[in-house]
Design a protein around this ligand. Structure first.
Ligand code: GLV
Ligand code: MN
Ligand code: MN
Ligand code: MN
Length: 425
């Protein structure tokens, strides 16, 4: 049975089914978050919780008749055949790994939304000219292995498989060891051997703009540049009461100077609209009466302007040398992630805007503050993104993250109709 493309204009996804899939996956890795007194999600990449989540989603994908393949970095591609299966597929996807204090939407909406598109096409017996694939990308968050978009960056060839496999978590367990242990090494080569026809990803906005404006759908212009640094500051442990100031090599003082300098850089306006976060900070020996000998701190820099990002990174390095001099410490820097700003092509933005308009939904263009797999896959094929509004100031990476069933269904209806067009190209 197949529907003529004209008949497909009336198709709508099943909002209840989408919501119940989001809720069921959201219960995998659920924990009580004492900070918010809410149930949060903790599904760090390649942990038991992530594997349980994958098994749940893969089961649904198989039930929907999709054929599954996996690549060498554990990315999953679930395929619905096309009438001409030799054509390049239309790919949608996202991730189901999470940060340690997550809600239920970040990433999951894109994967389960792709599945909901498949289920809707199946319900209505719609055949499509091109094959359709739904991807689950490995370690999008970088929350465990320290490099975000690890799976999609490897698929896109921006980082090598060897680089991806060598990334290690805080306990020294590598991506490669986890992939091998869990049997997640598919026989497909990475980077992706065949380019998709196009890629689309639906995601919760993770910011306040759409809700503030009362807009239904965000048509994503692109993704801002991201740089992640890991700084290791080495000083010397010494007695807090008996060591004169001139003899101290205080790693914590160095860290504090760097943190304040980052804030000065942000507020100076010299680097455009820059954001800086020190999200991880570990002091050794971390005792009241000892001058700290070591600090490990991460720096997350974001900027819409790639040149400003480059300048900020160079200037920060220069400042680190000055801090070494002033504090008598040594500071080593590892760049753990670095992505330039990504601009999605106008034709993909147009597809999303037209799909929204066809559904009677309001839309506006918006630039993503967060990193996304779409930013990586954009190197392989025309890519685009659909954002849905989040509540509570759009808070995300927090159990309070929330979007309504209606907003999620709106986003996936836009995905469905943009995808239906691409599948007939
Ligand atoms: C990933 O969510 C990131 O933007 O850090
Ligand atoms: Mn995400
Ligand atoms: Mn995230
Ligand atoms: Mn992310």
């Amino acid at each position: 049975m197949s529907a003529a493309p004209d008949d497909t204009a009336v198709l709508r996804v099943d909002s209840d089914r989408l919501w119940s899939s989001l809720s069921e996956l959201g219960s995998v890795g659920a924990y009580h978050d004492s900070d918010t007194d809410l149930e949060g999600v903790r599904r760090l990449a390649l942990t038991d919780e992530d594997i349980t989540g994958r098994e749940l989603v893969l089961g649904w994908m198989r039930e929907a008749g999709l054929s599954i393949r996996m690549d060498a970095v554990g990315n999953v591609y679930a395929r619905r055949a096309g009438l001409d299966d030799s054509l390049a597929p239309v790919l949608v996807g996202s991730h189901i790994d999470s940060v340690a204090t997550a809600g239920r939407f970040d990433g999951c909406l894109g994967v389960l939304g792709g599945l909901e598109v498949v289920r809707t096409l199946n319900d209505h017996g719609v055949s499509t000219r091109r094959p359709f694939e739904v991807a689950i990308f490995t370690e999008e968050e970088g929350a465990r292995f320290g490099t975000d978009m690890l799976g999609s960056a490897t698929a896109a060839g921006r980082i090598s498989l060897a680089q991806a496999r060598s990334r290690a978590d805080r306990d020294g367990v590598s991506v490669g060891a986890e992939l091998d242990r869990r049997g997640l090494v598919g026989d497909q080569v990475v980077p992706m051997p065949a380019r998709p026809h196009a890629y689309l990803e639906c995601h919760i906005e993770q910011g306040p703009i759409l809700a503030e404006h009362g807009t239904d759908i965000g048509v994503v212009r692109g993704v801002q540049a991201i740089t992640w640094l890991e700084l290791e500051i080495s000083g010397r442990a010494a007695h807090a009461g008996a060591t004169p100031n001139a003899l101290r090599r205080d790693a914590e003082l160095a860290a504090a100077l760097i943190r304040v300098r980052l804030d000065e850089m942000v507020t100076s306006g010299d680097y455009g609209v820059m954001l800086a976060t020190v999200g991880r900070h570990e002091t050794t020996p971390n005792l009241v009466n000892i001058v700290p000998s070591h600090v490990l701190m991460t720096v997350d820099l974001r900027n819409h302007d790639g040149d400003a990002m480059d300048r900020a990174t160079i200037d920060l390095h220069e400042y680190l040398r000055a801090v070494e001099e002033r504090t008598g410490t040594t500071i080593s820097v590892a760049v753990t992630a670095q992505t330039p700003p990504v601009h999605f092509p106008p034709q993909m933005r147009d597809r999303v805007a037209k799909a929204a308009a066809g559904l009677g939904l309001s839309s506006e263009e918006i630039t993503s503050g967060a990193g996304h797999d779409a930013g990586e896959i954009a190197a392989l094929c025309p890519a685009g993104m659909v954002f849905v509004p989040g509540l509570y100031d759009g808070i995300s990476h927090n159990p309070r993250e929330y979007s309504t069933p209606e907003a999620c269904a709106d986003g996936i209806n836009v995905l469905l109709h943009a995808v239906l067009g691409l599948l007939e190209d």
